[in-house]
Design a protein around this ligand. Structure first.
Ligand SMILES: Cc1cc2nc3c(=O)[nH]c(=O)nc-3n(C[C@H](O)[C@H](O)[C@H](O)COP(=O)(O)OP(=O)(O)OC[C@H]3O[C@@H](n4cnc5c(N)ncnc54)[C@H](O)[C@@H]3O)c2cc1C
Length: 472
């Protein structure tokens, strides 16, 4: 009687701890064949990101080492999921394929094709949980509709069933000897060149677990009070959440077990991620269109010079520039800065939120359609969790004064402003000639004048939004 065999298909869940598909396969099958299929359509398509791909490849490499340490291995294939998985199943005689289910439109169509192909071969397709705190397809309002507002979603989500958190397996069966293990392509093989010089966190599960443990034993206590501070306060775990080197279900459980207001606020913040996954699952058209239909008619500018200044962090607004430069250098940006830079793009420069979404997707190590789209539509006031558009027009100067009062964040990312006196750091254009000379920063030469008049552009944005939503 041949040994029972299961394939475990790793995608963006690059870990061995709390991995339901791996856990189930190890418990129920004699042979386990972990595989990662490099999907070139994702790596080089619309949202291609050299830095994020480099991060992913390093996580896959580490996962392979970890599985080897446990006695197993990771097969790597470079090609279409359907073809590679059906070939592997036939090569190994596997009777089942297990993976962590996902909810984005691309993942859903790919999974559908894989399920159909496996059915043809009489192989069981066994999607498992693993990518979210709870089952994001379940929540419905009292009227039986999907949620579009966060707080009631969060209340319902809190009552959803939770699966147990699994330990890493103590061992993984060796691969059948006939299986070709395969080589992971390099970034250069994919025709990509990394352009983020100082990634905000090292890749891999070990680094993720260490950072999370440090956060739980330290900064989490202050999370509620400090998460908006631009120089700290948050976990900076999002690249790991994105690639699943940490399980959000485990993060949630450990935060709740930790207790206290800070940890409770952190656990609540994780639910935003489940919320946006719920929204995109039930409204897949959001990837192209405004969720609120009336905002499809909004007119957008095609100001290429403004867009270039925004991307390069030379708008003349210190907080906007600091955020955009932090993104370019590290592949990450603080959430408050994401809101301010997003508002600046859509409501000061009047550029389409989809342009901003695409640039973030290109640069962010944590970039993913579910979260990027939901948050961009939130900032542009076109999405779910609506508030009147005039409430989400962030003033980049007052935001900086509030969340970076000493200008530490600005000085860190905009070195031209390092010696600007504290009382001028948020409005360097108000420096006298003498102050500019003393600070070594001549406005218009060393650092740009503001490229727009925020007050005037705010009024223009109000008109644009009012034109399509007179009653909002
Ligand atoms: C315009 C814009 C675009 C964004 N694009 C992305 C994106 O592509 N990918 C992404 O993961 N986040 C995105 N965010 C959300 C948020 O900015 C980041 O998740 C957060 O800054 C990550 O930092 P952290 O790990 O220190 O967060 P923490 O505050 O420590 O939060 C812990 C975790 O909760 C989740 N989380 C927190 N806030 C949000 C949120 N608003 N939406 C969804 N999940 C959240 C993240 O997984 C995060 O790692 C975007 C926000 C804005 C305003």
């Amino acid at each position: 009687m041949p040994a029972s065999t299961a394939v475990v298909w790793f995608r963006r869940d690059l870990r061995v701890h709390d991995h339901p598909a791996l856990h189930t396969a190890v418990a129920e099958y004699e042979r386990v064949v972990p595989v990662f299929v490099l999907d070139r359509r994702l790596a080089t398509g619309r949202y291609a990101s050299p830095a994020r791909t480099a991060f992913m490849l390093a996580c896959v490499e580490e996962l392979r080492e970890t599985l080897r340490g446990l006695g197993g291995d990771l097969v790597v294939r470079d090609g279409e999921a359907v073809e590679e998985l059906t070939a592997l199943v036939q090569e190994t005689g596997a009777e089942a394929v297990l993976w962590a289910s996902d909810v984005g439109p691309y993942a859903l169509s790919r999974d559908k094709a894989v399920i159909a192909a496996l059915k043809e071969l009489d192989v069981a397709a066994r999607p498992q949980p693993g990518n979210f705190c709870a089952d994001v397809s379940k929540p419905r309002t009292g009227q039986g509709r999907p949620y579009t507002v966060f707080t009631p979603f969060w209340r319902t989500h809190a009552k959803l069933e939770r699966r147990p958190v699994h330990r890493a397996p103590s061992s993984v069966p060796a691969l059948p000897s006939s299986v070709r293990v395969g080589k992971l392509p390099t970034l250069a093989d994919l025709g990509l060149q990394d352009d983020v010089p100082e990634p905000v966190t090292p890749p891999g599960e070990a680094a993720a677990r260490e950072r999370f443990a440090d956060f739980l034993s330290g900064a989490v206590v202050q999370y509620e009070a400090r998460h908006n501070d631009l120089t700290g306060g948050t976990s900076v775990l999002s690249p790991h959440v994105r690639w699943g080197t940490l399980s959000v279900r485990e993060m949630e459980q450990r935060a709740l077990d930790h207790g206290g207001d800070g940890a409770a606020a952190f656990a609540r913040q994780l639910v935003w991620r489940d919320f946006y996954a719920h929204v995109l699952l039930l409204h897949p058209d959001n990837t192209q269109n405004a969720f609120q239909e009336r905002f499809q008619a909004l007119e957008w500018s095609d100001d290429e010079a403004g867009f270039a200044a925004w991307k390069e962090g030379r708008t003349g607004f210190p907080l906007v520039d600091a955020g955009m430069r932090q993104l370019a250098r590290t592949g990450w940006m603080h959430n408050r800065a994401r809101m301010v830079t997003g508002s600046f793009l859509t409501k000061d420069l009047h550029l389409d939120w989809r342009e901003g979404e695409r640039w973030f997707a290109h640069k962010l190590l944590d970039g993913e359609p579910l979260q990027n789209n939901g948050n961009w539509q939130w900032v542009a006031s076109t999405g779910v969790d609506p508030a009147p558009y005039f409430r989400r027009m962030f003033n980049p100067t007052t935001q900086a004064k509030k969340f970076d009062p000493d200008g530490e964040y600005i000085r860190r990312w905009v070195p031209e402003l390092a010696d600007v006196p504290p009382k001028r750091i948020h409005e360097p254009w108000t420096m006298s000639d003498e102050e500019q000379r003393a600070a070594g920063c001549v406005i218009g030469e060393d650092y740009p004048e503001p490229i727009v008049d925020h007050k005037a552009e705010r009024l223009r944005a109000m008109e644009r939004y009012r034109a399509v939503a007179p009653d909002a």
